[in-house]
Design a protein around this ligand. Structure first.
Ligand code: HEM
Length: 360
């Protein structure tokens, strides 16, 4: 194995700094194997968190360029895919912790004091980086407040606060991505070109028409059914259609970002849209893997501490379950609700622009 630079007689242990690394698990305190495993699992997660921050920062670096060079998109997809795999791996690691019995944990739990994963500053950093908004967090939780208090403890903690504040101020990965999506050519029309506004408006309106028509077809198929059932269904379809309108035309103005997302999802078979749809899929997969990871954490916690409150002062399992419902990439999820079947989507204009002809 060799590192960069002058690595002539570097050993495996030198390269990985194993002596330092293996000195950090609390052996000097004479800890039990239960506790050592608890520490090692946490440390492993934190190492992965470090890598996640790196992957996501690089993705943001790519997507915040204006314009984003097309050749860079596959790299952005790769960074996200690696992050997803790390979350999947971590989701599987909870089972190692489940070998800890409730009593085995109680034996050393008091020693944790108020220390909790709640204070994982790397976790908060990647949440900010991704774009999780404070107002979307559960129970009014504000991580900056937590770390402002911790910052009084000394220099290292103040540095953590500074990093988190900077990440919160920065344009998030999700916002950079949406800005890129906003520039997607729609029906062959380029962002900010002369007729763009009217082309996009026409596209959105014809999609909404197709959406309405699909609802009417559903109702038509129900004509034999009980009147009450049909009228309940009609209410539901009307409300779904109102939601589709307010999603695409919030405050009376067409959202070009959402129209772009809708366009890519609707015509995802077009060659020119291959990378945009792969990127969208990579974001969706990432969020799905994070939600599952959060969910599995809650199951592990329920098994080990039941409904006890957490050492970090939250309600425990109920809090963790609520966090599994966080959705950062909201529009990517919501657009799925308003899609129509391929036969009903508006006819594609300027098909050759997307590397496709009508007959192909
Ligand atoms: C016996 C093992 C564990 C138990 C009983 C446990 C319990 C909890 C509880 C109850 C919370 C809610 C906050 C609180 O009030 O403390 C929490 C949060 C958290 N835990 Fe664990 N945990 C365990 C292992 C881990 C491990 C190995 C990690 C890996 C780093 C971890 C990471 C986190 C994170 C990041 C949070 C914050 C979640 C959020 O606020 O969104 N936990 N944990």
């Amino acid at each position: 194995m060799s590192g960069s630079g002058e690595s002539g007689n570097l050993t495996y242990g030198d390269y990985l700094r194993l002596h330092e690394l293996l000195d950090l698990q609390g052996d000097e305190r004479g800890i039990s194997s239960d506790e050592m495993h608890f520490i090692i699992v946490h440390q492993t997660f934190e190492l992965w968190f470090k890598q996640i921050i790196r992957e996501l920062s690089e993705t943001r670096g790519i997507l915040s360029q204006v314009p984003v060079p097309e050749d860079d998109i596959p790299r952005a997809v790769d960074h996200l895919a690696r992050t997803t795999e790390i979350f999947r791996l971590m989701a599987n690691q909870w089972t190692v912790l489940e070998t800890l019995t409730p009593q085995g944990f109680l034996a050393f739990r008091d020693g944790l004091g108020t220390a909790s994963g709640f204070e994982s500053f790397q976790m908060r950093e990647f949440e900010f980086l991704l774009g999780l908004k404070t107002e979307d967090r559960m129970f009014g939780m504000d991580p900056i407040e937590t770390f402002r208090k911790l910052a009084e403890r000394g220099e290292k903690d103040s540095e953590v606060l500074a990093v988190l504040e900077a990440q919160q101020e920065n344009v998030s990965l999700y916002d950079s991505f949406l800005r890129w999506i906003e520039r997607t050519p729609i029906m062959g029309s380029s962002f900010e070109s002369e007729d763009d506004e009217s082309v996009v408006r026409d596209y959105v309106n014809s999609h909404l028409e197709a959406h309405l028509q699909m609802g009417n077809e559903t109702l038509g198929r129900m004509s034999e059914m009980d009147e009450e059932v049909t009228s309940r269904m009609k209410e539901r379809l009307d409300s779904a259609h109102d939601s589709a309108i307010s999603f695409l035309i919030p405050d009376g103005e067409v959202s070009r970002v959402r129209a772009g997302l809708l366009f890519i999802e609707s015509y995802r078979d077009l060659p020119l849209l291959t990378w945009p749809r792969k990127l969208i899929d990579a974001f969706v997969e990432l969020e799905e893997s994070m939600a599952k990871w959060r969910h599995d954490h809650a199951r592990m916690v329920e098994r080990i501490i039941g409904k006890r409150t957490g050492t970090g002062g939250t309600s425990g399992v109920d809090y963790l379950d609520a966090t599994a419902r966080y959705r950062i990439f909201k529009d990517l999820w919501e657009v799925r609700t308003i899609l129509v079947k391929p036969q009903n989507r508006p006819d594609l204009l300027n098909a050759d622009f997307y590397g496709y002809t009508v007959d192909s």
